[in-house]
Design a protein around this ligand. Structure first.
Ligand SMILES: C[S@@+](CC[C@H](N)C(=O)[O-])C[C@H]1O[C@@H](n2cnc3c(N)ncnc32)[C@H](O)[C@@H]1O
Length: 293
């Protein structure tokens, strides 16, 4: 992935999360109220100013149907998993392709006793650090690792930064694996399975194999495919919903949950009045898998 593309993809999703953090109904609000610190004014202002926000949401929904809603569900589900894993004893959190992930800062209290490694492309990582420093020193438990997944040795870079293989670790891999070559996806999962402590786990979202292969019939797929076709980086990795469990098992990881669009909507897009806030894209799902004992 080029530096410019890495920055754009990280900023675009952070902007959607930030807009979602202004939802009036807490039942469907994106918790990422800190994303605004990392995005340009062009993205942040329309979210902050109520009359502009009223125009922003229909624009998002027209350009990327289901994507704004998917990001609400994804942020909340991964937040829930993070807090559960840390509560259950994960001593390290590794955020792979961290972009403008704000979990280490939003949950600074809950993660105070946990070491957090934010791993990302050098360009995105440098921009994030600069933005953080403008707001004061980042928490002492966060370490930044700048690398290119396609070429770097993840294990060597993590070890050099203080990662300890024997400790229970929670890996977050949000919005990343679809951009990687299948061999890089394999290498990352193999790392989690072979070089993390007992009970370690990884949560990641993925896109369906069919959409990568050109079937754009699912909700929101045609618009997203058109957007990707204009950029430099296509999606490279996809896997079908029912394939995930055997795929992970063959790599030493036991699937704990696998949430497709219907379940994500049911859990995270139901308003306080019981109505559906909006559909989520039809081609994304979120898996959580644990290292076999
Ligand atoms: C869509 S963004 C997601 C960022 C973040 N996880 C989130 O959900 O907000 C994709 C992220 O993957 C990173 N990334 C993609 N390909 C990469 C590569 N080959 N090496 C390092 N980072 C990469 C980008 O820098 C970017 O931060």
């Amino acid at each position: 992935m080029s530096a410019a593309q890495a920055k754009r993809s990280a900023e675009g999703v952070a902007a959607m999360r930030f807009a979602g953090s202004f939802e009036r109904d807490p039942a469907v609000r994106n918790p990422d109220c800190m994303a605004g610190a990392f995005i340009s004014a062009r993205h942040a202002l329309p979210a902050r100013i109520a009359p502009l926000r009223r125009l922003l949401l229909p624009a998002y929904r027209r350009a990327f149907p289901g994507s704004y809603e998917y990001h609400i569900a994804r942020t909340r589900h991964l937040d829930d998993l993070l807090l559960a894993e840390v509560g259950a004893g994960a001593a390290q959190v590794v955020i792979l392709g961290a972009g403008y992930d704000t979990r280490a800062y939003r949950y600074a209290d809950e993660l105070a006793g946990t070491i957090v490694f934010e791993v990302d492309h050098p360009d995105t990582s440098a921009r994030k650090r600069a933005a953080l420093e403008r707001q004061g020193p980042p928490p002492g438990n966060v370490t930044f690792i700048a690398l290119d997944f396609d070429t770097a040795d993840l294990g060597a870079e993590l070890a050099a930064a203080g990662y300890e293989e024997g400790r229970r670790t929670f890996f977050v891999w949000e919005g990343v694996c679809m951009f990687l070559e299948p061999a890089a996806v394999d290498a990352t999962l193999a790392f989690v399975a072979d070089r993390s402590g007992p009970s370690s786990s990884i949560a990641f979202d993925y896109v369906l194999r069919s959409v990568v292969a050109g079937d754009h019939t699912s909700y929101g797929a045609a618009q997203t495919a058109r957007y990707l076709a204009r950029g430099e980086e296509p999606w490279r990795f996809g896997i079908d919903f029912d394939e995930v469990e055997p795929y992970l098992a063959a790599r030493g990881l036991a699937l704990e949950s696998n949430l497709g669009p219907d379940e994500l909507q049911r859990r995270y897009l139901e308003r306080t009045d019981g109505r559906l806030h909006g559909r989520v894209v039809g081609f994304h799902a979120i898996a959580h898998a644990r290292r076999s004992a």
